[in-house]
Design a protein around this ligand. Sequence first.
Ligand SMILES: Cc1cc2nc3c(=O)[nH]c(=O)nc-3n(C[C@H](O)[C@H](O)[C@H](O)COP(=O)(O)OP(=O)(O)OC[C@H]3O[C@@H](n4cnc5c(N)ncnc54)[C@H](O)[C@@H]3O)c2cc1C
Length: 392
Amino acid sequence: MRLDFTPEQEAFRAEVRTWLDAQLSGEFAHIREIQGISEGAEQRFPWERHLGRAGWNQLSWPKAFGGREANLFEQVIFHEEYARSGAPGRLSHVGLELVAPTIMAFGNDEQRQRFLKPTAEVEIIWAQLFSEPNAGSDLANVQTRARLEDRPGGQVWVLEGQKIWSSFAQYSQWGMALVRTEPGSVGSKGLSMLLIPLDAKGVDIRPIRQMSGGSSFNEVFLDGAETAAANVLGAAGEGWKVAMGTLTFERGVSTLGQQMGFRNELDHILRVAKENGAARNPGIAKRLARAQAELRTMRYTALRMLGGSGLSLAGLTYKLYYTSWHQRLGELAMDVLGPAGEIAVPGSDAYRLQKMYLESRSDSIWAGTSQIQRNIIAERGLGLPREGKAAR
Ligand SMILES: Cc1cc2nc3c(=O)[nH]c(=O)nc-3n(C[C@H](O)[C@H](O)[C@H](O)COP(=O)(O)OP(=O)(O)OC[C@H]3O[C@@H](n4cnc5c(N)ncnc54)[C@H](O)[C@@H]3O)c2cc1C
């Protein structure tokens, strides 16, 4: 198996690196200073629009939808170089990595024409409106309802209910919402995926303040909000199938870029440990070395996983592994900082690492909690009895 890159792929890497370095030492130099998942939105969106206009946001998309049809390795290279450049993660990732692929897979021509280009160019920012207070791991328990009503201009869906944990909804113009459209239906039956304008009457978006100080997610209240009858993705009543499609896009090639981000974080911790003397502590030194070895193992596991196909055991274990690694890295960062880590002045090492530590606490929750990942590994990966049937 090849685990390095060909000369053509290295040439592509040089193209990406040259472009990013030119932008980030020019007009967008200030972008590198922005940290965390929720800081500096007003500066981040112009940068993300710039990426879209240059074609990088839609690198993997088919040419028919304005993309460059980059192969898997080119996508990996782009994500690695992006993280290496020090530019912050993209706030528009819900639109780019979840909603756009879902529209390509399940939308009709009119929806593709209308939404894909402005999504790539970050003229439309999207929120994923799946979770509810009583529908997280048990997503099929969605209770938000939508019914069709006549209006002078044609039929509309009228929505009632509440969504929660909706990342970046406060900046979004549109939401992709899983809702119940068949009255009396239960579980995964009777659901539909609606595209809803978030600046419409009846939509109330309330940011949730997080322990890191920022607000990356929101509560979204829908009280008579309306969207045109045509704004249903896939057929009405087939929302579950569409939602499952979306969730398969959640863990793609950006994983490798994420690892480059982890590399930057580990390098940062190593530098601080050398500067403040923490690296002389044998316990800390051992944990740093272990983090390094595990990161290298993760990189090869991820490459193997992306190169394979279907539902592999490596793929199933990967999210569980990297999220627990990242949480341990956050704890290591705080131990390296020592008491200095408790006082964080913006811009300081302590501020950046403390933010990383606090934000890493959510890694074991989003995109399927660690407990749910373990259930999936047990049932689908190892063929163990399904949950609830084990004791029979
Ligand atoms: C940073 C972040 C961003 C997010 N962004 C979005 C977003 O943009 N859009 C969106 O729709 N949602 C988003 N979410 C929500 C996320 O999908 C849910 O938090 C997640 O699915 C878990 O659901 P829950 O919070 O309701 O917890 P629950 O499902 O209530 O779980 C509570 C606890 O019970 C455990 N548990 C539940 N069921 C089982 C079981 N069968 N076996 C064993 N243990 C179980 C869980 O592991 C967890 O520890 C985000 C979450 C986070 C943390």
